[in-house]
Design a protein around this ligand. Structure first.
Ligand SMILES: [Fe+2]
Length: 108
């Protein structure tokens, strides 16, 4: 699974209890009229790792191995009711995150 860059608009803590996930952390390009982002860092998470994220974080997630990642996600707010953004993977332009699309990604 690959999750394109997205924000949470609330703090979060991710704890991995199986598998792996590779996170790229992004930052907004100041003054970009399309809300583009650029890579700012990365972190590979494996079983036993935790990753606290502040409310302004933007990240994308890739599972690099052929097994499901098992993780506990704790969010400091109403995750599915909060207006959030995601970024088109091709051009890294900002758009409103569609919650139903997000739900569908996790149901497959
Ligand atoms: Fe996320």
């Amino acid at each position: 699974m690959v999750l394109p860059p997205h924000n949470h608009q609330m703090w979060a803590v991710i704890g991995i209890y199986g598998g792996r996930e590779d996170n790229i952390f992004w930052r907004r390009i100041k003054g970009d009229p399309d809300g583009r982002i650029e890579a700012a860092g990365a972190r590979s998470l494996r079983t036993g790792d935790t990753c606290p994220m502040g409310p302004d974080i933007i990240h994308s997630v890739t599972n690099p191995i052929p097994r499901l990642t098992a993780a506990l996600h704790v969010y400091g707010g109403r995750f599915f009711e909060t207006e959030r953004s995601e970024w088109e993977p091709d051009e890294l332009t900002e758009k409103v995150l569609d919650v139903e699309t997000l739900r569908a990604r996790f149901s497959n």
